[in-house]
Design a binder for this molecule. Structure first.
Ligand code: FO1
Length: 314
């Protein structure tokens, strides 16, 4: 297996973090760079919240709440409950007591003039990560969701407050036109032997990464395998709104439409054994079990993907 290869993974939250965990269990951390969606980030209660960065960081550190897939295991919410009972603050977004330490530390670093890349590096090193954890950009590029019923919503309002129930009409990556790739993301991609797009929601979690100015051009200029893993299994999403969004955008919920989303960027696609084959696509593809319920599932998917991509060179 590709132990001597440098791999860059583009990913969002829970689904992406599972594959990240599988990769981190079979490869040396120094070979792995995770480029994480920050379109979900927002300022809330005076703190900078970066849900996908934290989900990946806590997962890799073995600290994530296994029931939720985000947040810290064994956390409580006394601070938030007190904020509500003393001061009547609407606490629709759950911030655990331990989790608050991460938001406080990050916000403090940002207020002292550190970039999000630097702040994330410090937090992840403190939690013992060897792999590089990078935000997609140092600029704020908040994802805005135009809905049928409620007009435009901030990402977390759409996702958490309204439980992704309003019908999605379109998505905007505010400020992306003025954004730029960080030196760290650019260098990692230029040195990569392989790029993986995790089974994260293409519209909500990967599109924000692709919207960073210069990202699409850089990805298409690479002469290495760029492989996406399907988030759709048997016509449904494992978790979250991927299938619902596809229907709202008038698309059939198929792996082929996921592969189409990445046209021009990927040259390989990991499809699930339960899905229809891609058909007459020019893409290389493989069908394996992509459902990651156990640690073994995560490692198996990571290993199958790497072994398959390595076989291209044979
Ligand atoms: N998801 C929820 O469904 N409800 C919450 O209250 C919530 C709080 C939260 C706090 C910190 C954090 O890092 C993640 C949190 N999430 C919550 C998850 C998050 O909204 C989503 O999983 C991602 O933004 C989508 O990838």
């Amino acid at each position: 297996m590709a132990l001597d290869k440098d791999i860059v993974v583009l990913l969002g939250g829970v689904g992406g973090a599972k594959l990240a965990s599988g990769l981190a269990q079979i490869l040396p951390g120094q070979r792995l760079t995770f480029v994480v969606n920050t379109g979900d980030d927002f300022w809330h209660l005076g703190l900078r919240i970066c849900p996908d960065l934290d989900t990946v960081m806590y997962t890799l550190a073995g600290l994530v709440n296994p029931d939720l897939g985000w947040g810290l295991k064994g956390d409580s919410a006394v601070a938030l409950e007190t904020l509500n009972s003393f001061y009547g603050v609407d606490t629709w977004f759950r911030l655990g007591d331990k989790d608050l330490a991460t938001h406080l530390q990050r916000s403090q670093l940002l207020r002292c003039g550190r970039s999000l890349t630097e702040a994330t590096g410090r937090l992840s090193k403190s939690l013992g990560l060897d792999a590089a954890l990078l935000p997609m950009s140092d600029e704020e590029i908040p994802t805005k969701i135009e809905t049928l019923e409620l007009g435009e919503l901030g990402f977390q309002e759409y996702f958490v407050k309204h439980r992704w129930q309003p019908a999605l009409k379109s998505i905007r990556h505010a400020g992306s036109e003025k954004s730029s790739l960080t030196t760290q993301v650019r260098s990692a991609l230029m040195a990569a032997d392989m790029v993986l797009i995790a089974p994260s929601n293409p519209w909500l979690s990967v599109a924000p990464i692709l919207a960073v100015k210069g990202m699409r051009d850089l990805l298409t200029s690479l002469d290495v395998p760029v492989v996406a893993v399907t988030p759709i299994i048997g016509g449904a999403a494992v978790k979250g709104p991927t299938a619902k969004i596809m229907s709202e955008l008038g698309q059939e919920v198929t792996a082929a439409n996921i592969a189409n989303f990445y046209t021009g960027i990927i040259n390989g696609f990991v499809n699930d054994s339960q899905n229809e084959p891609l058909g007459c696509s020019e893409l290389r593809s493989i069908q394996v079990n992509t459902l990651m319920k156990t640690e073994d599932d995560k490692k198996s998917l990571a290993r199958a993907t790497l072994d398959w991509v390595e076989s291209w060179g044979a």
